[in-house]
Design a protein around this ligand. Structure first.
Ligand code: SAM
Length: 227
């Protein structure tokens, strides 16, 4: 049953939400305001959700919204570093959004029960996206789908992943633009432009400070993306 709530998710969280399976048990790790589970619960799209955060303040924000929008029968909260205090039976789809790519990789790495093909990971890194993609390739996680969105003035990528145990080679191009390489949408093209412009800035900074070898390394990545 759907309930009437008065907020819409921004494009970034909407894209994360679009990857969540209907009727799933959801974990939203690093939930902060809990907008994502609250919205999905209010729309009747999920069976249940656990909204977790490492800090009490954000978890209180989450609790306030859960009560405000009347979804406390569906969404619970837990104080947890990553998935440490979340029990495997309560989460089939796991969203980790709005954190750095390296932190997301660390959280996944130490959670053994994610190494199971039935779990789906919906990942939205804010920084170091290339480190996260490399981690996934090298640790047997398949990136099944990836889409980009524009929210405010920024571009983001959201990846849908699951463990299949196959270790894959990850080219620099894969590391930096992932599956968006094959995506002709405006959002994907804007994401790729953003990555190229970040690399260009980095290269010119390295050249200015005399680090020509490092500049060459990033220049090769840029050429690979442009090829
Ligand atoms: C920028 S907010 C993102 C909120 C929401 N997921 C979103 O994407 O809009 C990041 C949240 O992650 C939480 N966080 C940081 N490290 C964490 C960890 N190791 N485990 C769980 N939560 C963490 C922070 O306390 C913060 O509330």
């Amino acid at each position: 049953m759907s309930r009437d709530i008065q907020f819409t998710l921004d494009n970034r969280l909407s894209l994360c939400a679009s990857f969540v399976r209907e009727g799933t048990k959801l974990a939203d790790v690093g939930t902060d305001h809990a907008y994502l589970p609250v919205k999905l619960a209010a729309e009747g799209k999920i069976r249940c959700a656990v909204a977790s955060d490492i800090r009490i303040g954000p978890l209180e924000n989450a609790r306030t919204n859960i009560i405000k929008y009347g979804v406390e029968d569906i969404v619970s909260t837990v104080l947890s570093d990553g998935l440490d205090n979340i029990s495997p039976e309560t989460a089939d789809d796991i969203v980790i959004a709005g954190m750095g790519g390296e932190l997301i990789a660390k959280i996944i790495k130490r959670t053994q029960w994610l190494y199971d093909g039935s779990r789906r990971l919906i990942l939205q890194p804010m920084t170091r996206m290339e480190s996260l993609r490399l981690f996934l390739y090298e640790n047997g996680f398949l990136i099944e789908d990836e889409k980009a969105c524009v929210s405010g003035r920024k571009c983001y990528s959201v990846m849908l992943c699951r463990y299949d145990g196959i270790i894959r080679e990850c080219s620099k191009k894969n590391q930096y633009i992932g599956l968006l390489d094959k995506d002709k949408s405006d959002e994907a093209q804007r994401y790729i432009s953003m990555i190229k412009s970040k690399l260009t800035k980095k290269i010119s900074g390295l050249i200015k400070s005399g680090k020509t070898e490092d500049a060459e390394y990033y220049n090769n990545i840029l050429s690979e993306i442009n090829a």
